[in-house]
Write a protein that binds this ligand. Sequence first.
Ligand code: NAP
Ligand code: GLV
Length: 311
Amino acid sequence: MTTRILYYNEGENPDEWLSALAAAMPHADIRLWQEGDDAPADYALVWHPPDELLRNRRGLKAVFNLAAGVDALLSQGHLIPENVPVFRLEDAGMAIQMAEYATYATLRYYRRFDEYERQARMKVWDMLNPEVREHFTVGIMGMGVMGTAIARSLMPFRFPLRGWSRTRKEMDGVTCYYGNDQLTAFLDGLRLLICVLPLTPETAGILNLAHFRHLGHGACLINLGRGEHLVDDDLLCAMAEGRIRAATLDVTSSEPLPPEHPFWNHDNITITPHIAGLTFCQETVSQIARMIAAFERGEELSARVDRLAGY
Ligand code: NAP
Ligand code: GLV
């Protein structure tokens, strides 16, 4: 029987995606979800789908999330039967972009380019004390696909690197910590904290004042996970205290960030509109076509989401 694929990708032009999907899976029957479509489908390929797409969908064998983070899809998890597996994107061209972004922002802070940019705007010619490499300890929260790519990309700069994950990890050149019991030791004295955690009930609000107070004085923050990891007022408070000197936020609790939000006008906060790791059509479609073929052969896929853990 022909494989029936239902596609919905909020905010993307469907033409490019539908033709890429058709080219990658020429024997499948691929359709764009339209309001009122309640016909059976074997696979749903989705990003921010309306509830109607998932609710009581007949024939569903698996759902593929068109992103790495599954927090939004799992908030609709009650619409996906327990026995229907959910898969996510693993890298699919995002890891290198996240590594570029994190490396750029890290070097910007380490070399104090943000401060030189401000000085230049005021025509100030003044040398600032350089940071000391051996003391510029960088901590990466989340040592999965994105976190390990970021760690690898930072290695040539020889900063002391730490990583934090839920389960024990080992990576050459990175001091690894895991679990809540080791969180404080991981944070202790960091000069730069990079968050690439998935958003789960355990990680929501983890970037908070109590945790910031373990960082070194004048530390920097880069959040590439989800906006809900950060308690916005706690960042402002940590910055007022001098605990955090500067922050780069690619994700915010409300997206787009509302014009009246104080982050926009803060001199030491850099905002980007959730572009650190973009989902590219060709890489995504090839990965999903490979996953569907492997799933049909009955293979276990590492991209399967642990719905209980939430990622
Ligand atoms: P991943 O491979 O599943 O890695 C997640 C990492 O977080 C793992 O190391 C995991 O620990 C750790 N973790 C999860 N819960 C934890 C907890 N309670 N305590 C400590 N560590 C915990 O995911 P990924 O592909 O790297 O993506 C991570 C996140 O990045 C996504 O969920 C998404 O939110 C975000 N993202 C953002 C963008 C963007 O454009 N800004 C793009 C892509 C992804 P274990 O290793 O022990 O499982
Ligand atoms: C983007 O934020 C993703 O989760 O892929």
